[in-house]
Design a protein around this ligand. Sequence first.
Ligand code: PL3
Ligand code: FE2
Ligand code: FE2
Length: 231
Amino acid sequence: MQQLAATSELDFHSDTYKDAYSRINAIVIEGEQEAHENYIRLAELLPEHKDDLIRLSKMESRHKKGFEACGRNLQVTPDMQFAREFFAELHQNFQHAAAEGQVTTCLLIQSLIIECFAIAAYNIYIPVADDFARKITEGVVKDEYSHLNFGEVWLKDHFKEVKDELEQANRQNLPIVWKMLNQVEEDARTLAMEKEALVEDFMIQYGEALSNIGFSPRDLMRLSAYGLTAA
Ligand code: PL3
Ligand code: FE2
Ligand code: FE2
């Protein structure tokens, strides 16, 4: 009900909406661009899955184009500088892990954390988006589930060998997600997206993914607790 009331009051052409959109839209464009690059890097690290990963990287550039069109449609110029800073920590951690050949950490950052973040954000955005952006986002979110699935399947197949590195990568990167959410909380609310809903959706996707990979309910509690302290 609250969501409905909020939507009917949204003015997609107001200065307030467009100002917040210039940052959120940029974050999403930057996120899709980094995802594109990350899957190309992963294709180098996992040559036996090269074709699949290159296919995912191409989907990410299509997503980026779609969200660029959403910004243009509202006559908003995305604040890309803001967005690059927003992703800087995760970006650095991914680059570092890739340089060390830590495929597990790279997959946790891209296919679990970033994809779950995207799925949560897009799910919460769809009901409050303008008509143009809603259609684009509905198409994109379907793809993101398949990207999350790629990571889940690979990590599940190698669970014994990757478990410790996953725990360590989770501990290092999950707190960053909460910091990122806090940074966009206000702008997201201007778009009628509530932080609590984003957190809830993220934790559901992420927890399900960890459970599919092989973590026990007890492990899940421990893993999810990281970062809550930072939120
Ligand atoms: C991977 O395929 C895509 C990575 C994109 C990451 C997006 C994170 C978005 C968080 C910002 C919350 C508001 C989202 C608004 C949706 C248009
Ligand atoms: Fe994407
Ligand atoms: Fe994706």
